[in-house]
Design a protein around this ligand. Structure first.
Ligand code: BG6
Length: 479
């Protein structure tokens, strides 16, 4: 009979921009997300779930659920309003308070250093990550975090979804001045970001010898669309380009071979400086964090000239647009998979196997412990008149996923924690606050004007009580 390890890190996740609100409070600088163009009908990130003023209540609720860990991020612009230069003491104080509150209940903070919300001043000054001054600013920020929080934080995550920044960010999502039609620029940015992470890992080991640090990419493993060997090769190449490219250099000090071929075929040249690979070669993450919402299914796609301009100004809530973004000419394209499970409550399809497949693949490839830093089921929830929220669809998704994690542990995967997205409701990257993920409901809607002064009352969803039992039984009771 399989058991979850005794010290398994059961928890939930969040990110500063999506949960904190208080975008201009106590000296915080603006971020690229504060000024981002918002999809029609959705709210901004300015007020979010107002965790800034609710953190005590929220962490107490997490403790009530029995959380062992809380994966969160620090807003770079709270620490450095301009991204670098003057430190904002109020920013340091806020996160000290958050960490103290977590420790009060024995909750281990797992802290992402950078989760999409780049200080706007840096973008204005340096443009993008192909300018290595951006990396210097990031490392300086890391140094200040390690100095100030070395007694508070045992688990650090270098970047959230560096690959999403590259994969989607080129077009719409993360702010920044990505040049849509210049893949050489884009992959140079990717290279500099990887180098920045390698340096941050070195720095953390030097400054916080008791802490552990790893990356947190979005790992979406590719299933081949059919038994056609070309689809298998396409899926392998897609894994290299979409996933392995962002971890291999941190563990092996090299990029996967098939990616170099992709670069040659697409006339992509990245700016590499002498010594870059030496830094990567000598860095060693302590674990691999990964966000996983499902796996892709890949069909071979012959080479053609990709026209990126079709993505500009697209409505990024549209799923066909997102699927189109996954097309990699000469590698493969994402297609729908008819074998995914149907949620018996809401009829949507989902893939509970994704975590097991992905965790096993990562653990086999890198021989490092893995931790799920995100996974979840974003849906519209209804707050009933009596203050209840019946999110049975979410419970089903969590139950089936946790079952697969258990099977994975039986198969020998070294998996140390599960932090689904999200602990508390927060603002989705593309779909506002109506698409909810939390165990804890936040009473607000898409109206920013109302949100500004709203109480944002918290409510426990049905999944709150369910997860509490799961944690109390260390994953045994999934009923
Ligand atoms: C992950 C991100 O990709 O997915 C989160 O790290 C994000 O920031 C989450 O919120 C869910 O996606 P979405 O688009 O529903 O917010």
């Amino acid at each position: 009979m399989t058991e979850f390890p005794k010290n398994f890190l059961w928890g939930g996740s969040s990110s500063s921009a999506q949960i904190e609100g208080a975008y201009d409070v106590d000296g915080k600088g603006l971020t690229v997300w504060d000024v981002r163009k918002i999809n029609p009908g959705t709210c901004s990130f300015l007020y979010a779930s107002d965790f800034y003023h609710h953190y005590k209540e929220d962490i107490a609720l997490m403790a009530e659920m029995g959380f062992k860990a809380y994966r969160m991020s620090i807003a770079w612009a709270r620490i450095f309003p301009e991204g670098e230069g003057e430190i904002n003491p109020k920013g340091i104080e806020f996160y000290k308070n958050v960490f103290n509150e977590c420790h009060k209940y024995g909750i281990e903070p797992i802290v992402t250093i950078f989760h999409f919300d780049l200080p706007l001043a840096l973008e204005k000054k340096y443009g993008d990550w192909s300018n290595r001054k951006m990396m210097d600013a990031y490392l300086n920020y890391c140094k200040v975090l390690f100095e100030n929080f070395k007694d508070d934080v045992k688990y650090w995550l270098t970047y959230n979804e560096q690959n999403a920044l590259i994969f989607f960010g080129a077009v719409d999502m993360m702010g920044g001045t990505f040049k849509v039609n210049d893949p050489s620029n884009l992959y140079t940015q990717a290279h500099v970001q990887i180098l920045a992470q390698a340096k941050a890992i070195h720095l953390c080991h030097e400054m916080c010898p008791d802490a552990k640090i790893g990356p947190a990419p979005n790992i979406t493993t590719s299933y081949p669309a059919s038994s056609n060997p070309l689809d298998t090769i396409a899926a392998m190449n897609m894994d290299d380009l979409r996933n392995n490219f962002y971890i291999d250099p941190l563990v092996f000090g090299t990029y996967p071979g098939s990616v170099w071929k992709y670069f040659r075929d697409n006339k992509i040249t990245i700016q590499i400086e002498e010594g870059d690979f030496e830094i990567m070669k000598t860095c060693k993450p302590d674990f691999i964090g990964f966000n996983c919402y499902g796996n892709d299914t890949t069909e071979y796609l012959p080479f053609y000239e990709q026209d990126f301009s079709i993505f500009e100004g697209a409505n990024n809530q549209d799923i066909s647009y997102l699927i189109k973004l996954m097309e990699k000419p000469g590698v493969g394209k994402a297609v729908r998979n008819p074998h995914f499970m149907k949620n018996s409550v809401d009829g949507n399809s989902y893939d509970p196997y994704c975590i097991r497949v992905t965790a096993r693949r990562l653990n086999d490839r890198y021989r490092l412990p893995v931790i799920v830093t995100e996974n979840g089921y974003g849906r519209r929830d209804t707050l009933e008149a009596d203050g209840t929220i019946h999110d049975q669809y979410r419970i089903e998704h969590l139950r089936e996923t946790i079952k697969e994690i258990k099977c994975g542990i039986e198969e020998g995967i070294d998996i140390i924690g599960y932090c689904p997205w999200s602990a508390v409701d927060l603002v989705s990257t593309r779909e506002g606050i109506s698409k909810r993920y939390g165990f804890i409901y936040v009473d607000r809607d898409e109206d920013d004007e109302k949100a500004k002064t709203s109480e944002m009352k918290r409510y426990r969803k049905d999944s709150f009580y369910w997860y509490k039992n799961v944690i109390a039984s260390n994953g045994e009771n999934l009923d």
